[in-house]
Write a protein of this length. Sequence first.
Length: 245
Amino acid sequence: MTGAPYTGQITSWRYVTALDVLNDGADGTVVALGDSITDGSTSTPGADRRWPDVLSDRIHAALADGGDAPRYGVVNAGISGNRVLAGGPGRPAANPSALDRFERDVLGRPNVRAVVIDLGVNDILRARTTADPDAVLDGLRALVRRAHAHGVKAVGTTLLPFRGFRGYTDAREDVRQEINAAIRSGSVYDTVVDVDRAMHDPYDPRRLRSEYDSGDHLHPSDRGYRKMAELIEWEQLRGAGRADS
């Protein structure tokens, strides 16, 4: 039996969930935990232009040039539609919440040193009424506490704008702003990558800048994904998580 009859192509990894690579030169792993933005929706298929791909390329290039990048492997743990608080349909959930999958997808990876969390947009967009920003923030802080309990540094992003995407309302924008304000205050993560401030339209901060917008007004373009990865500084990935009081 051969694979000759199977000539079609799909854009999803349906049968491979992970691949561990043994590398004596690596000092650890950084996990990108997120939703479709981390999964790379709307990036060029097969071109490895998702932001975790770009981050991995940056690390390799910096090390090759004698730079001081951390010797980390990058794991993409993005699932389209993922939320902090609620899982997707099914029992067990076909798309488990970040709270439910954190141990499997982050703590279960080998030698994890840092996790970059980009989650919360789907909690806002998929809420039947107006999402509770305090509940989302409590969920994010719970993830951070679990990371700290295992010595993992928690890096967080602000939430990108989505005006123009289906489901946008001013009330949902207000929730996004409340969550971002708390993230920027330093009360959630060990360190923050402010993708919102760097990528929103300066004339309408509720929207993505056109050059970073894939066209659906929620997911970044290839250029937008590259920008996200370029905003991460090496020192943000180093060190242990701060002790929780």
